[in-house]
Design a protein around this ligand. Structure first.
Ligand SMILES: Nc1nc2c(ncn2[C@@H]2O[C@H](COP(=O)(O)OP(=O)(O)O)[C@@H](O)[C@H]2O)c(=O)[nH]1
Ligand SMILES: [Mg+2]
Length: 469
């Protein structure tokens, strides 16, 4: 599923990632590739066109062009836009008293199977990680498929498997409305709170089918009319969905057979063409192979990159590692200056608010008032920024007069400036000792990196001393 599209997108991203800076030209080339890949994967051309336009508009924004990792930013934009295209967040069912859900669709789409799967899900929401805390319902299944006699038995079998009661019209029944009326009173005596109505399909959507379903809708007044769509039928599923929606006013879709090798672009078009959310996904024949539909997850799968967030994080780490090793080289050659120190400081600040970082470090709760440590970093940065580039390169020229100027300029006392220079001197001395340096580097990499700066900051508390202290 989606492998074709994923592969193409992946290739395109790889080539984008190679570029240090993005330009309109290389983005346009990549997006042309992506558009072809989308069309190839059965995405409706209008949908693909709009999608590409949105991605391009965001990709050309400053935020991306000026970023250190533009390729990663683009991947993130894709993920966001795909998620939006697929409907944003999962849209839960609407419940009533009682809740009535009408399941509609063409033959073989997976209506009967999905009706049972949905009943199981509503009965045992705790089996689904994303539904923890959702109220368990007591569902009832109603077969209203009088066209294919075997369909009633099929639902009855599934019902007994999941221990959900099933209404079975008599085999002689030919009037679907009569059967539906009887099922309503059956449900009342059964005493459950969610009624799921499985209906008959047709080979294709026709007046006969639409007429039957419109009458059922009027009789049942369901809160939900869910169209079951076979993902494997590609563009056909999209035009079918459009027609069903025009005739009935759907409230959502169930996309089945997402486990198959379908090209899957249909999923991307369904939401934008009908304006209705995909609420559930069928991912196999078994009754447990069914899940609430999460656009973000499918978007991740389409991109073929799993959890994009962790990917972006890893990329950010890689950049930091690169900067770190060039810094290490400079330290070894003992040409370390305050510019390097500032670079190190900024690198560490990029990892996010210190308070958050502290929360991730075991034992950090014992460090008093982390916000103060964040301010210390700002102070160090302010002091260095108040120096001229020459002073940063050669701190030894910082005489008393210069130190006074820097203190005033950065809103600190001369003692604080002196403290910083003292710590810097110690660090520089230590930098010559490569063995200890390695140890410090590995400590920095294990995310206690801010400790390095903290250790160099003025008014450093005497706890948490680092190797060079
Ligand atoms: N692989 C796979 N098969 C499915 C899925 N949903 C339904 N099916 C199969 O599709 C076929 C038709 O399903 P059925 O529920 O009878 O369709 P209906 O005619 O719409 O009621 C059956 O063989 C199901 O087992 C799914 O999500 N994945
Ligand atoms: Mg059926």
């Amino acid at each position: 599923m989606f492998s074709n599209l994923s592969e193409k997108l992946l290739q395109t991203f790889k080539s984008l990632r190679g570029h240090g800076r993005l330009s309109e030209a290389n983005i346009s080339d990549a997006l042309r590739e992506v558009r072809l890949a989308l069309l190839d994967a059965d995405v409706h051309f209008a949908v693909a066109k709009e999608f590409i336009a949105k991605v391009k508009e965001r990709a050309m924004g400053e935020e991306v062009l000026l970023s250190v990792t533009p390729g990663q930013q683009i991947v993130k934009i894709f993920q966001d836009e795909l998620t939006t295209l697929l409907g944003g967040d999962n849209v839960p069912l609407q419940f009533g008293k009682p809740t009535r859900i009408l399941i509609v669709g063409l033959n073989g789409a997976g209506k009967t199977t999905s009706s049972a799967k949905l009943a199981r899900l509503l009965k045992n929401p705790s089996l689904f990680s994303s539904m923890q805390g959702t109220t368990a319902r007591s569902p009832m299944l109603v077969s209203l498929d009088l066209v294919r006699p075997a369909a009633i038995e099929q639902l009855a079998t599934l019902g007994s498997q999941i221990e959900v009661p099933v209404f079975r019209p008599s085999p002689e029944e030919k009037d679907v409305l009569a059967a539906a009326r009887r099922s309503i009173s059956w449900c009342e005596t059964e005493g459950g709170n969610v009624e799921i109505y499985d209906t008959a399909g047709r080979r294709e959507i026709d007046d006969d089918l639409v007429g039957e379903l419109v009458q059922l809708k009027e009789l049942l007044r369901p809160q939900e009319i869910l169209l079951v769509c076979d993902a494997a039928t590609g563009q056909q599923a999209v035009s079918v969905a459009e027609k069903f929606h025009a005739a009935l006013g759907l409230t959502g879709l169930i996309l089945t057979k997402l486990d198959g090798d379908a090209r899957g672009g249909a999923a991307l078009s369904l939401r934008s063409v009908t304006g209705q959310p995909i609420k559930f996904a069928g991912v196999g024949e078994k009754v447990e192979q069914f899940e609430p539909f999460h656009p973000g997850r499918l978007a991740g799968r389409i991109l073929g990159m799993g959890d994009i967030v962790s990917l972006v994080e890893r990329a950010a780490e890689a950049v930091e590692m690169e900067e770190m090793s060039s810094l290490e080289a400079r330290m070894k050659s003992s040409s370390l200056d305050l510019e390097d120190f500032l670079a190190q400081l900024r690198m560490i600040r990029r990892m996010g608010p210190l308070e958050n970082l502290l929360g991730m470090i075991p034992g950090a709760a014992s460090i008093p008032n982390p916000a103060v440590h964040g301010k210390e970093l700002q102070r160090v940065e302010a002091i260095i920024l108040s120096m001229t580039p020459g002073e940063r390169k050669r701190p030894e020229i910082l005489n008393a007069r210069r130190r006074q100027r820097i203190a005033r300029g950065s809103g600190n006392s001369v003692t604080e400036v002196n403290n910083l220079l003292l710590k810097f001197g110690q660090m520089k001395k230590l930098a010559k000792n490569t063995g200890k340096m390695k140890k410090m580097m590995s400590q920095m990499q294990s995310r206690s990196a801010f400790g390095g700066i903290q250790g160099l900051a003025p008014n450093q508390p005497t706890t948490n001393r680092l190797p060079w202290q």
